[in-house]
Design a protein around this ligand. Structure first.
Ligand code: MTE
Ligand code: MO
Length: 197
C-alpha cells in the first residue's frame, strides 16, 4: 500500500475489496464494431462523431485511481487506459453557457456531471483496465471513469456526451441517488440534497 494507510484513502462507510464486482442495471449491450460510434453534441462546436477506428486513433493515456461504489465497496489502484477527457476537449470549444454534461450509454443509461468535475485531470474514457481490455460487463468497448465521485457516475458503454446549460438528472439521479455523489461527503441519496448548502 506504498506507505499510505488504507484509512487515509477509504471514504467514510466504504469497505476495501480486491475483487472487481460488476454493478449494472440490465445486461451488457451487444457491441457491433461496424455500427459503434461516439458523439460529442449539444452546446459545443464543432459537434463530433467518431467511428470506432477514428476514436481509437485519439491520444492514449494511463491513469491510476481509486473506485468507490455507493453500495459500499471500494477498489484501489485501478489502472485505466484510454483517452483523457481533457485531451478530447482540446478538439472542441464549449459554448460559454455550457455548465453540465449528460453522458449517454448503450442500453439507455445516463448520468449527469457538472463540467468542473467532468473536466478534472483524472477523468478518462477508458477501454482497458489493469492491463487488459475491459470485459463486456465492465463497459467494453468504452467507459467513463470519474474517480472523485461515486462509481455510478463512471458510465459504462458510453456512446455520447451532451453539453448543456441546464442540469438534467441521469438514471440513478432520478431514482433516489444524490445529484453530485462525492464519496468523501457521503453524498449517497437525493434526500440529502435538501440539507446541502
Ligand atoms: N451504462 C451503465 N453504466 C454504469 C452502470 C450501469 O448500470 N449502466 N452502473 C454504475 C454503477 S452503480 C457502478 S458501481 C459502476 C460499476 O462498474 P463495474 O461494474 O465495472 O464495477 O458502473 C456504473 N456505470
Ligand atoms: Mo454503484
Amino acid at each position: 500500500m506504498s506507505g499510505v494507510k488504507p484509512v487515509d484513502r477509504l471514504p467514510p462507510g466504504q469497505t476495501l475489496t480486491d475483487k472487481f464486482p460488476v454493478l449494472s442495471y440490465g445486461p451488457a449491450p451487444r457491441f457491433d464494431r461496424a455500427k459503434w460510434d461516439f458523439r460529442v453534441v449539444g452546446m459545443v462546436e464543432p459537434q463530433l462523431r467518431f467511428n470506432y477506428q477514428e476514436f481509437h486513433a485519439l491520444p492514449q493515456s494511463r491513469q491510476v485511481s481509486d473506485f468507490h461504489c455507493v453500495t459500499t465497496w471500494s477498489r484501489f489502484d485501478n489502472v485505466w487506459e484510454g483517452l483523457k477527457v481533457r485531451d478530447l476537449m482540446k478538439l472542441v470549444t464549449l459554448a460559454p453557457e455550457a455548465r453540465f454534461v449528460i453522458v449517454h450509454c448503450d442500453g439507455g443509461y445516463t448520468t449527469n456531471l457538472p463540467l468542473d468535475e467532468f473536466l478534472g485531470d483524472d477523468v478518462i474514457l477508458a477501454h482497458r483496465h489493469d492491463g487488459r481490455d475491459l470485459e463486456p460487463d465492465h463497459g467494453w468497448p468504452l467507459r467513463l471513469v470519474v474517480p472523485k465521485l461515486y462509481a455510478w457516475k463512471s458510465a459504462k458503454w458510453v456512446r455520447a456526451l451532451e453539453f448543456s446549460d441546464r442540469d438534467r438528472r441521469g438514471f440513478w439521479e432520478v431514482r433516489g441517488y444524490h445529484n453530485h455523489a462525492d464519496p468523501w461527503r457521503e453524498e449517497r441519496y437525493s434526500f440529502q440534497e435538501e440539507s446541502d448548502d
